[in-house]
Each structure stands twice: as C-alpha cells, then as structure tokens.
Ligand binder design. Structure first.
Ligand SMILES: NC(=O)c1ccc[n+]([C@@H]2O[C@H](COP(=O)([O-])OP(=O)(O)OC[C@H]3O[C@@H](n4cnc5c(N)ncnc54)[C@H](OP(=O)(O)O)[C@@H]3O)[C@@H](O)[C@H]2O)c1
Length: 292
C-alpha cells in the first residue's frame, strides 16, 4: 500500500467511482462506498475493487480517515451535517467534497466536530465514469481548506495523476464560472453554431461534420498561439459590412441566438483590439452595430 489513509466514498456516481478507482489503483485503501441506494453503492464498490465494500454513509464515514463526499452539490452540506449529528465522523478525520463552486465552509459541522475539512475540485468534465477514467490524469485539481486535509489531498491528487493547485475559498465561485465558460458554454456554443447552420438550410449531420474540424483546429491554434494570435475572421479584419450582413441575416433566427452572436461579438472586438489588427474607429463602428 502506497498510503495508509483509508478512504470512504460517499456518493457512488461518476466522480466518486472514478476517484475511488484511480486511488485504489494508486495504492490508497478505499475501504467503503455508500450512497442512498445500496445496489448502486455495491456496483461502484465492485468497480473500485481493492476490498472496498458497500455500506451505509454512517458506516462508511466511521471506517475511514478520509471521507470524500462526492454527492450532488446541493446535498453536500446536508450529508455532512447528518454524518456529524450521528457522530459518524471521528475527531481528526478528513472530510472533503469535490464541488467546484463551493468552499470547504459548507463542511462547517464536521470542522466543529474536530475534523479537518477541504474541497478538492478536479478541473475536468465527466459525462460518464469511463470518460473520467480516460481524461482525469493530466488535469489540474484545485484544493483549499484546513492544512492537514490539504496536505493529504495534494498527495492524493498527485497519485491519481492530477496537478494540485491552491485556490482561495472566496475565489471558488468565479473560478467555477471560468470552468463553466470553458466547458459547458463551449458545448452550448457548438450547439448554437449548428443551429445557425441549420437556419441556413444545412442538414444537422453535415453541419456538425463541417463545423467540428473547424472547432478542433481553432482549439489547437489557441493552445499553440494563444487567443490573440489564433483569432481570425471579420472582426479581427475590421470588416464592418460583413458583420452588418450577419446581423441582418440573424433577424431570421431566435432572439437568444442573435443575442449570443452579439455578446460574443462584443468580446471579440476587445480581443481584436488587443491583437492589434482592429483600428479604434472600426472597433467603434462594429460595437455600435452589435449594441443596436
Ligand atoms: N461530473 C463532472 O463533470 C464533475 C467534475 C468535477 C467535479 N464534480 C463534482 O463532483 C460531485 C459529484 O458529481 P457527479 O457528477 O459524480 O454526480 P453523480 O454522478 O450524480 O453522482 C452523485 C452520487 O451521489 C449519490 N447521492 C445523491 N444524493 C445522496 C445523498 N443524499 N447521500 C448519499 N449519496 C447521495 C448518488 O447515488 P445514489 O442515487 O445511489 O444515492 C450518486 O451516485 C459534485 O460535487 C460535482 O460538482 C463533477
């Protein structure tokens, strides 16, 4: 065993199962898995292996040195309070959650009972357990909380292949807004691009197949060159007439879609100014069109 810190996973979903399995593979003893449904907890325990057993949340917490609450965000505080009220959290135990937006203060009842608390957010997207297992290694893991808990979680993050990074609890909401923008809004943006192409009469399948390589090449360019150098197109070129044409054409689509085009256009004007290819006069003209 690489570590003697016994882990309990409470919340046998995508994140709990993936972190449990990777921790177990890395030589951390995952001793217990619990959720609201025993059958689902047993399935996760089997997937994690290494002797992990399914039990109730109180039994799982009592058996562990590190209690990972991988339940939905809205349930973290309630699950922690219930465990503390039942006396299931041993003094000195570590209690942590994996939510991006909440700080460790949501675990105040555990801290009051003598536990060391923290939050540990892997900056990754897990639509399924399988994709989590494939993509977690190499991602960044943002950690904050009490010193003893943070020290252990930094080791755990490294052992499951992540790079640990410190974050202030007060910064978590804005940090999470950044994550949502890069991940969920990118998904929504591609959906909006397909919707615009559909309005132009292009079949959905063709639209997606045509737009996907464009998006991939753009992300590669951003990674290689940074957003300023990667930016191309009519706003970077100061092509006012083309933007006016787009706006006229988007009268035919929903107000939400047109609003999205305009908002992103305004941000792109700022980026093009920083790039240095858009003059102040043309920036004013394009901004005026986008704000109309
Ligand atoms: N998915 C992502 O991309 C991602 C990325 C980074 C961080 N996170 C964070 O990771 C945490 C878990 O997210 P997830 O995507 O793994 O969610 P999930 O797949 O829905 O899993 C949540 C699990 O919690 C259990 N659960 C729900 N209420 C419970 C309760 N009151 N007591 C005990 N167990 C309960 C559910 O199991 P039962 O229904 O069987 O009880 C379910 O298996 C969240 O804080 C989320 O913000 C998610």
């Amino acid at each position: 065993m690489k570590s003697t810190t016994r882990i309990a996973i409470i919340g046998p979903g995508k994140v709990g199962t993936a972190i449990g399995l990777l921790a177990s593979r890395a030589g951390w003893p995952v001793v217990a898995v619990a959720g609201r449904n025993r059958r689902r907890a047993a399935r996760a325990a089997r997937a994690i292996g290494g002797g992990a057993r399914a039990c109730t949340p109180a039994q799982a917490a009592a058996a562990a040195d590190l209690v990972l609450l991988t339940v939905p965000d809205g349930s973290i505080g309630g699950v922690c309070d219930a465990l503390a009220a039942r006396g299931a959290l041993a003094k000195g135990a570590i209690v942590a959650h994996c939510c991006g937006a909440l700080g460790s203060d949501v675990l105040a009842e555990a801290r009051r009972g003598g536990c060391s608390v923290a939050s540990m957010h892997p900056l990754a997207t897990f639509p399924t357990v399988r994709s989590a297992l494939e993509t977690l290694a190499g991602t960044y893991c943002f950690i904050e909380g009490d010193k003893p808990a943070v020290a252990v979680l930094r080791r755990l993050a490294r052992d499951i292949g992540c790079t640990p990074v410190a974050i202030a609890p007060s910064a978590k909401s804005l940090y999470h807004a950044a994550a949502v923008t890069a991940c969920n809004y990118l998904t929504a943006l591609m959906d909006a691009a397909v919707a615009l192409a559909r309005s132009a009469g292009i079949p959905r399948k063709v639209a997606w197949r045509a737009l996907e390589p464009l998006a991939r090449a753009t992300l590669d360019n951003i990674a290689r060159l940074g957003p300023q150098k990667a930016l191309t197109g009519p706003i970077a070129r100061g092509d006012v007439a083309t933007i006016a044409g787009h706006l006229k054409a988007t009268n035919a689509v929903t107000a939400d879609l047109k609003g999205l085009y305009k908002s992103l256009g305004k941000w792109t004007v700022g980026l093009a100014r920083r790039k240095g290819t858009l003059t102040a006069a043309k920036a004013r003209k394009i901004r005026k069109l986008l704000e109309k």
